[in-house]
Design a protein around this ligand. Structure first.
Ligand code: AMP
Length: 403
């Protein structure tokens, strides 16, 4: 495969479609863009090509297919030789259930299985399938590859993935912890081993992906051995609008005593909780940090609960790992919020973690490196790059080797 081979990447949401053309050997993109508000009255497409930003309104009701058609007719046509250099289309797929522990080339059987997994991700998997079908129609000459958020966590041992529920729920309905953000946890754990100068098989990391969605993973010798998201993305850490871990008994209370319906519960737990719910102000960490400066008590409380709960998970993940070579912060908050990192490390003082404040303050906007003091447990900030993982996997599969 030539050095200039490129992979077209699609990350399809129910009303959005992100795309990028990525060089699998460098991770750099030539084009990236997003179609948003798809299916609505005012869908729009924005993209950046070699540093130049462009935008286009789409006809009312336009969906994934129209975005891909415009991508072909308007965006890719600006780069005449690019289409010939594309070697594959890589799709991010949220849920692969227990069927996929690695990325795969998409055939009819894979499509059927992704469809079956829709029960576990009713918003995400059908959207990914819509993206796959539209991409197959627009690029019939290219192999399509699926990269699953859940795949990296298929190495979880039974004692980590089973809930303490009747075993029949797992046996008959596959109710278990699956974990998400696997592509990001995989990328930063591999990158951490490189930065530490250690073979991946001998490196243990705790990777904290902190964005609007947030999860944390214990990675032992390159394999996920525990993770905080569960059967759905609701479990685990406090997130932008999701509650993370709560007492399941309180759900019964809400239903039985307060008459809350299933639809209301869904909205409450997924969209009205987390940083937004506690602060009563915003799900956006940046906005909350500014509000703290302005004396907003709810914002301070939200960030403090976020950091405290995160620190407890980090401490707990020493159990499966025993020896931890590095704690890694990534995601929009992990890569940029010196405040959250400092408070989390404050809580971790009990485990001898110590922050180098000067380094911590500098580590943002794509910077990479250590924020811990010399001689104390290593803490790294590593910008994630899920697109690069998708591009690498797709290129490797096309070459006939599975990573
Ligand atoms: P993501 O979902 O990974 O895009 O991350 C989104 C989150 O990252 C939001 O809560 C943002 O407020 C947060 N974020 C991005 N930049 C900064 C920053 N400079 N300081 C604090 N939080 C940030």
């Amino acid at each position: 495969m030539g050095a200039t081979s490129q992979v077209l990447i699609f990350n399809t949401g129910s009303s959005s479609l992100k795309f990028a053309v990525v060089d699998p050997s460098t991770g750099l993109d030539i084009v990236s863009g997003i179609g948003e508000s798809l299916g609505s009255d005012e869908p729009a497409l924005e993209w950046e090509c070699r540093g130049v930003e462009q935008a286009r309104k789409l006809a009312s009701g336009s969906g994934h297919r129209e975005v891909i058609e415009l991508l072909v007719s308007d965006v890719l046509s600006e780069l005449p030789d690019l289409r010939q250099r594309l070697v594959a289309v890589g799709h991010r797929v949220v849920h692969g259930g227990e069927h996929f522990a690695n990325s795969v080339i998409i055939d009819q059987e894979v499509i059927t299985t992704i469809d079956q997994c829709s029960a576990l991700a009713p918003l995400h998997n059908p959207a990914a399938l819509a993206g796959i079908r539209a991409a197959q129609a627009a690029f019939p000459e290219l192999p399509q590859v699926a990269v699953f958020d859940t795949a990296f966590h298929q190495t979880l041992p039974e004692h980590a993935f089973l809930y303490a529920l009747p075993f029949s729920l797992y046996r008959d309905h596959r109710i278990r912890r699956y974990g998400m953000h696997g592509t990001s946890h995989r990328f930063v754990s591999e990158r951490a081993a490189m930065l530490l100068g250690k073979p991946l098989e001998e490196t243990n990391t705790i990777t904290a992906h902190l964005g609007n969605g947030a999860s944390i993973t214990a990675v032992k010798g390159g394999a996920s051995v525990d993770t905080s998201m569960g059967m759905t993305p609701l479990e685990g850490l406090v997130m932008g609008t999701r509650c993370g871990d709560i007492d399941p008994g309180l759900l019964l209370h809400l239903v039985e005593t307060l008459g809350v319906t299933a639809a209301e519960l869904n909205r409450l737990l997924n969209r009205e909780s987390g940083l937004l719910g506690i602060s009563g102000l915003s799900n956006d960490c940046r906005e909350l940090e500014q509000a703290v400066v302005d004396g907003h008590r709810g914002a301070l409380l939200a960030l403090e609960i976020f950091s405290y709960r995160l620190a407890k998970y980090i401490a707990a993940y020493r159990v499966p790992l025993r020896r931890v070579h590095a704690l890694v912060f990534t995601g929009g908050i992990g890569e940029n919020s010196s405040w959250i990192r400092a408070r989390t490390m404050h809580w971790l003082g009990a485990l001898s973690y110590e922050l180098d404040s000067e380094r911590n303050d500098k580590m943002r906007f794509g910077a990479e490196g250590a924020i811990s003091r010399e001689g104390t447990p290593t803490v790294l900030v590593i910008p994630t790059n899920e697109e690069w993982v998708i591009a690498r996997d797709a290129a490797a599969l096309v070459q006939g080797e599975n990573r």
